[in-house]
Design a protein around this ligand. Structure first.
Ligand SMILES: Cc1cc2nc3c(=O)[nH]c(=O)nc-3n(C[C@H](O)[C@H](O)[C@H](O)COP(=O)(O)OP(=O)(O)OC[C@H]3O[C@@H](n4cnc5c(N)ncnc54)[C@H](O)[C@@H]3O)c2cc1C
Length: 454
């Protein structure tokens, strides 16, 4: 096998985009795709870039929405996934919905027709020893390969289910109600002793909260998913079903905490929030993984004192989802630190969604191609949507509590001199997207030479 070929395992959203980007740079690519010989519980076809569930690429608003901005950045970079999504789009208001069959058939056809791309069938079950590789096998990575990855990374660093607690924008938390304190003031530094934000509840509030949890609409597991995670991280509503006091003895226990605003009031229960990124713009609700439907989640979580006006960067969920602890395992070029000839891309890196996965495929494909061409492609600046995502998964996220992430403005470095809070939101989002577009355009221009075959 030539050292100058790029091998991509998995021809899903990320693998297809990575292949396209590398082939456009003049690099020969082999896509190893196990379907249709070996299936998954969610995929139905043998096509590349199959959309396994919804047919939406979410908001297409590139001025006010972070995922819309990611669309824009991928279009500027000549992304195949966006080109085919646009070509097969369906009317859906401000969202980008696509005809799923037309879309994946077109991606498959375009890649198969490219003279530098070869698609090979068959499941890859071992980590390659040499060559240039991208593993983009997604949330449903086959069992054999999953085991090989776990053997390399250590079982702790590869998860098979996510357990996502909701994430709140820091600026939307009412600091007049919550206070910063770690339980029993634990920690070496002042920062550690104040690592958590605490939302106090009295008995009446707690009882109403439990009632709302019990009554909320829940989602079911997909057929073929199993709930093998259950003992490790129960959804909060399941804990509540086990007994009204269970949460008060679990994630909502009020011990070791003193309300800084009203020290004489002993809270009956406390909900804790923990910082979720180095920037301090996002906080997750500790231990609040849930299968409640999204609408129910916002309603129930806004009952928590201090979160009445919370804006959610993402809501909670639990899914079958194979993903790496990327902040510890990958470098900022998406290479496995222990085997740098292997890159990872797509949902397995701990991003979530069709768009984010394709975006990480785009970057991995470009980085791998540059390397084969004897160059080094740096990651894009963190002020771009692409850069915000890659910086988050390869360093900005808290490694200990790492869970898959959608793109959102909480991942972007804050803007100077703009108004905070809800009132300033429109101008702030426009500020983020204007800044990102300028920097993304410049990054594409600066790095163009790194992707030119000689
Ligand atoms: C049940 C379910 C529902 C989802 N619903 C949505 C949704 O509605 N919207 C959304 O945005 N996201 C959804 N997702 C997440 C979605 O899967 C990702 O957003 C996206 O498909 C990830 O892209 P990817 O390229 O990383 O993985 P995939 O698109 O899954 O591609 C991975 C590819 O690798 C192949 N593969 C796996 N193992 C091997 C192997 N060992 N050898 C060779 N090939 C292999 C697979 O066959 C597959 O083609 C859902 C995920 C699941 C599991």
């Amino acid at each position: 096998m030539s050292d100058q070929e790029l091998h991509i395992v998995g021809g899903g959203m990320a693998g297809s985009e990575a292949a396209w980007q590398a082939a456009r740079a003049g690099v020969r690519v082999v896509i190893h795709e196990m379907r249709p010989d070996v299936g998954t519980f969610a995929h139905k076809t043998g096509d590349l870039a199959e959309m396994v569930c919804s047919n939406s690429f979410r908001s297409d608003d590139d001025e006010q929405n972070a995922v819309g901005l990611l669309h824009w950045e991928m279009r500027q970079a000549g992304g195949l996934i966006m080109e085919m999504a646009d070509r097969h789009s369906l009317p859906a208001g401000g969202a980008l919905a696509v005809d799923r069959d037309g879309f994946s058939a077109a991606v498959t056809e375009r890649l198969r027709a490219h003279p530098l791309v070869r698609v090979e069938g068959g499941e890859i079950t071992a980590l390659p020893e040499a060559g240039h590789w991208i593993i983009a096998t997604g949330p449903l990575t086959s069992e054999g390969l999953g085991q090989a990855i776990a053997a390399e990374t250590g079982a702790e660093a590869l998860a098979f289910f996510d357990a996502i607690a909701p994430i709140v924008y820091a600026e939307s938390i009412d600091m007049g109600t919550v206070w910063a304190q770690s339980r029993y003031d634990k920690g070496e530094t002042d920062e550690e002793r104040k690592a958590y934000l605490n939302c106090p509840m009295d008995k009446v509030q707690y009882e109403a909260f439990i009632d709302a949890l019990l009554a909320a609409d829940k989602t079911e597991f997909h057929e073929g998913e199993t709930a093998g995670y259950f003992d490790g991280c129960l959804p909060i509503e399941v804990m509540a079903e086990r007994g009204r006091e269970t949460l008060r003895h679990g994630p909502m226990k009020p011990v070791g905490l003193t309300n800084a605003h009203r020290p004489e009031d002993k809270p009956y229960a406390v909900v804790q929030l923990r910082r979720d990124n180095a920037l301090g713009t996002l906080f997750n609700i500790v231990g609040f993984q849930t299968k409640m439907k999204y609408g129910a989640q916002t309603e129930v979580f806004r009952m928590i004192p201090g979160l009445e006006n919370a804006s959610f960067a993402r809501l909670g969920g639990i899914h079958r989802n194979t993903f790496l602890n990327s902040p510890t395992l990958l470098d900022d070029r998406m290479r496995l630190r222990s085997r740098p000839h292997i890159r990872f891309a797509g949902q397995i890196t701990g991003v979530e969604g069709y768009v984010e996965s394709s975006a990480m495929g785009l970057l991995a494909g470009r980085m791998a191609a540059a390397e084969i061409l004897g160059r080094d492609l740096p990651p894009p600046p963190p002020e771009t949507a692409m850069g915000a995502l890659i910086h988050h998964i390869t360093g900005g996220a808290e490694a200990k509590t790492f869970q898959p992430m959608n793109v959102n403005f909480g991942l972007f470095p804050p803007l100077d001199g703009v108004r905070g809070g809800r009132k300033g939101r429109k101008d702030r989002y426009k500020g983020y997207t204007d800044r990102a577009k300028e920097l993304w355009t410049a990054w594409l221009a600066e790095t163009r030479a790194d992707l030119a075959a000689e």
